[in-house]
Design a binder for this molecule. Structure first.
Ligand SMILES: C[S@@+](CC[C@H](N)C(=O)[O-])C[C@H]1O[C@@H](n2cnc3c(N)ncnc32)[C@H](O)[C@@H]1O
Length: 277
């Protein structure tokens, strides 16, 4: 979606005739999106945020970034020292480097510790959820965030198994799924745990609330890339609620991009514009 983001930022600059544009990249990750924008858009200043302190440490030197949850984006001043950002960008979910790095415990393939937190500042690991949440709470996590059909059965076996042995490593979950003949749902189960641990949907909803209250005071462009149907649903609900204030377009990745990066197949870019622009 690099090209699509760049096109929209350039169009925004042209339309608003703003000489200086201040943007917040709420999920700076490796800085790839921001680097392209900085190379191609004149007079653009970007403040990057990421909840993951490890991502912030590894950024290229020309990128200014701070460690924070994007629900707090509005508390940060722009790099021009003004109060409001002209462009708010969020590329949701995880970065592939976080999956490759075993210390995050995001991959079910490596029998790593069941951590899954994007940041040490997040309170509960996946093991904490598996060892402490009630059957009903676990069922809801698997059902809502993973669309797991036998969510209740899975939650019940987890409760039974943890009486004998606490959950620590990925293979303990993988083994249960295989025993239940749910080997085809391993990825979805890990996805559900990841979303719950990092409170991804709650954070997105809080972020959207803040975007809405900021929008009242300023003209802004909001760009959000979602990867999960629940994320897309949250953004759509938000637009429906404030449709007098915002207009929205959705953009899908091109076939070429999907070929190059198969993960982009589930990506959806939401371009949200204040109708007064
Ligand atoms: C899809 S990646 C972003 C990739 C980035 N656009 C790039 O060009 O590399 C998502 C990033 O969002 C971060 N993240 C997830 N939840 C967050 C939150 N609540 N606040 C801030 N960053 C978050 C993750 O740590 C990850 O680095």
């Amino acid at each position: 979606m690099h090209k699509e983001i760049l096109e929209r930022v350039l169009a925004f600059q042209k339309k608003t005739l703003k000489n200086n544009i201040d943007m917040v990249d709420c999920t700076i990750g490796t800085g790839a999106h921001s680097q392209i924008l900085l190379e191609h858009v004149k007079n653009l200043k970007i403040l990057g945020l990421d909840i993951d302190e490890r991502m912030i440490k590894n950024l290229p030197q020309n990128i200014t970034a701070k460690q924070d949850n994007f629900i707090n984006f509005y508390k940060h001043k722009t790099l021009s020292d003004t109060k409001n950002f002209d462009i708010i960008f969020a590329d949701l979910g995880y970065n592939i480097n976080q999956v490759y790095d075993e210390s995050y415990g995001l991959s079910y393939k490596k029998n790593s510790l069941l951590d899954m937190r994007y940041s040490q500042s997040i309170q509960h690991t996946a093991a904490d959820l598996l060892n402490n949440r009630s059957q009903q709470e676990l069922r809801e996590i698997f059902y809502h965030y993973g669309n797991i059909h036998k969510a209740n059965q899975l939650a019940k076996i987890i409760i039974d198994n943890r009486q004998k042995e606490k959950f620590e490593r990925a293979n303990q979950v993988v083994d249960i799924l295989n025993e239940l003949s749910m080997g085809d749902q391993i990825m979805k189960t890990f996805q559900a745990l990841r979303i719950a641990v990092n409170q991804e949907i709650n954070n997105l909803n809080l972020f959207l609330e803040k975007v809405q209250s900021q929008q009242i005071v300023d003209k802004q462009l909001i760009l959000i890339i979602t990867f999960h149907s629940l994320e897309a649903e949250s953004v759509q609900k938000f637009i429906m609620k404030f449709k007098k204030q915002f207009s929205m377009k959705t953009i899908k990745p091109s076939e070429d991009e999907i070929k190059e990066n198969p993960r982009s197949r589930s990506a959806l870019l939401f371009e949200i514009i204040n109708k007064s622009i």
